[in-house]
Design a protein around this ligand. Structure first.
Ligand code: SAH
Length: 353
C-alpha cells in the first residue's frame, strides 16, 4: 500500500507533478491528509486525479480507528487502530490541563524482550512507516479538535515498539509532525522513550533532533537490569547514562529516566542509593511509576511504602524525581495490554505474515 501521509509537502508536490497537476494542488492535498480525510472525502480535488491516485494504489492515511475505550476515572481514551495489512496497534490519549497528550506506537510488537512489558510478548512483527505513526496523530486529532476543543498538543513515543530500533521512520515522523504546514506540533512538546540504544541516542543528538529523551532505566545495577531487560546485556548502565549525558549536552534538553517499581526486584534501598550515586551531578529527572501488572509476566508492582521510601532517598540526595500516577488503569492503559487482550480474545486474528 502506498501512503500519501508518508510524504512531505515537497515530495507530494513532486508526485502530483507527475500527474500533471499545478503546484497549488500539493498544499490542498496535504491539508486534506492532515485533517484526516481519505481520498474520497477530498471534494475539491479533480475527480480524475482522485481516481488515478486510487488506481495507482495510493491511500491518504495508513490506518483507521477500530475501537476506542474511555476511562471513567480520568477521561483517558485508549484507541485500537487497524493498519492496512490488518495488523493492530494501540495508542492512548491523556487529557491534562495544559493539553492533550497522545502516546503513539512505533512498531507492531517489539524485539526488545523486556520481561515486564506486554508489547514484546509476540516479538517484533514489523516497523511502522513514518506515515503510519503520523496517521495515529492525525486521526485522533481530527476526532478531538474542533470548536472550543483542543486536538493533540503533545506527543510521546511510548506506545508499542522501540522507537530507536526504527530510527529512519521515526526521525522522518518527527520532521512531519512538527511541519508548520502540517500538524505543527511543537518540537518542545514531543518525547521519545527508549530502552537505551546508546549509538542511536548519540546519533539522534548529533543529527539535531531534540525530542525530550526518556530513558527506561529501571535498575542502577547491571546484574538486576539484565534480569528484566535483555538489552542490558548489550549496554551497561554506565554506557546508557553516558549516552544520556551526551544527549543533554548536545540538545540542551534535560533527560528523564523512567523507573518502573517492581516488587522485590528493583525497589530496595540499595537500588535507590546506587541510583543516586549514578545520577549525582547530572541534571536529569527520574519518573517513578508502579509497574502495571501484566498477567503473562508474573511480576508485581511495588507497594506504596516501598515507593515512598525509594522516593525519599532520592529526594534526600538531591536527585530530582516524581512519582507518576498511572492513568486509564480501568481500560488496560499500560503498554501493549489492550492489543494483546484483543488479539488473544480471538475476536481478531493478527495478520502476521
Ligand atoms: N521501547 C521504549 C518505549 C515503549 S515502553 C522504551 O523502552 O522506553 C514505555 C515505557 O513503559 C517504558 O519505560 C517501559 O519500560 C514501560 N513499561 C512497559 N511495560 C510496563 C509495565 N507493565 N508497567 C510499567 N511500565 C511499563
Amino acid at each position: 500500500m502506498k501512503l500519501l501521509c508518508d510524504l512531505s509537502l515537497e515530495k507530494l508536490g513532486a508526485l502530483l507533478k507527475q500527474y500533471g497537476q499545478p503546484s497549488f494542488r500539493a498544499k490542498q492535498l496535504y491539508g486534506h491528509i492532515v485533517a484526516g480525510r481519505e481520498l474520497d472525502e477530498m471534494s475539491n480535488l479533480p475527480k480524475g486525479l482522485v481516481a488515478k491516485l486510487k488506481e495507482d494504489g495510493w491511500r491518504a492515511l495508513g490506518l483507521t480507528i477500530r475501537e476506542s475505550y474511555t476511562s471513567e476515572i480520568d477521561g483517558t481514551v485508549k484507541y485500537l487502530y487497524e493498519l492496512d495489512d490488518g495488523n493492530i496497534i494501540e495508542g492512548v490519549l491523556m487529557r491534562y490541563k495544559y493539553g492533550n497528550t497522545l502516546c503513539v506506537s512505533t512498531q507492531v510488537g517489539c524485539a526488545m524482550g523486556c520481561r515486564f512489558c506486554a508489547s514484546t510478548l509476540g516479538g517484533l512483527v514489523r516497523n511502522l512507516t513514518a506515515g503510519e505513526i503520523l496517521s495515529q496523530v492525525i486521526v485522533v486529532n481530527a476526532l478531538n479538535a474542533g470548536k472550543d476543543r483542543r486536538g493533540v498538543t503533545n506527543v510521546v513515543l511510548m506506545g508499542s515498539g522501540e522507537p530507536l530500533d526504527n530510527y529512519d521512520n521515526v526521525t522522518e515522523f518527527l520532521r512531519l509532525l512538527s511541519d508548520e504546514d502540517g500538524l505543527n506540533v511543537s518540537k518542545r512538546n514531543v518525547s521519545l522513550s527508549t530502552c537505551g540504544l546508546c549509538e542511536k541516542m548519540i546519533r539522534l543528538a548529533d543529527e539535531g533532533f531534540s525530542p525530550v529523551l526518556t530513558v527506561s532505566l529501571h535498575a542502577p545495577f547491571d546484574e538486576i537490569r539484565k534480569t528484566i531487560m535483555p538489552i542490558a546485556c548489550r549496554y551497561s548502565v554506565k554506557q546508557v547514562v553516558g549516552a544520556a549525558e551526551y544527549y543533554f549536552e548536545k540538545s540542551g534538553r534535560r533527560v528523564i529516566f523512567e523507573y518502573s517499581m517492581i516488587r522485590g526486584v528493583n525497589d530496595g534501598e540499595d537500588c535507590a542509593r546506587e541510583l543516586c550515586a549514578l545520577l549525582k551531578g547530572f541534571s536529569s529527572h527520574v519518573n517513578i511509576i508502579r509497574l502495571n501488572y501484566v498477567k503473562e509476566r508474573g511480576l508485581k508492582g511495588s507497594d506504596d511504602e516501598a515507593i515512598d521510601k525509594f522516593r525519599k532517598i532520592l529526594d534526600n540526595n538531591g536527585v530530582s524525581c516524581s512519582v507518576r500516577r498511572s492513568m486509564g488503569s480501568d481500560i488496560e492503559g499500560a503498554c501493549g495490554q489492550l492489543r494483546r487482550k484483543y488479539i488473544q480474545d480471538g475476536e481478531y486474528k493478527q495478520n502476521n505474515n
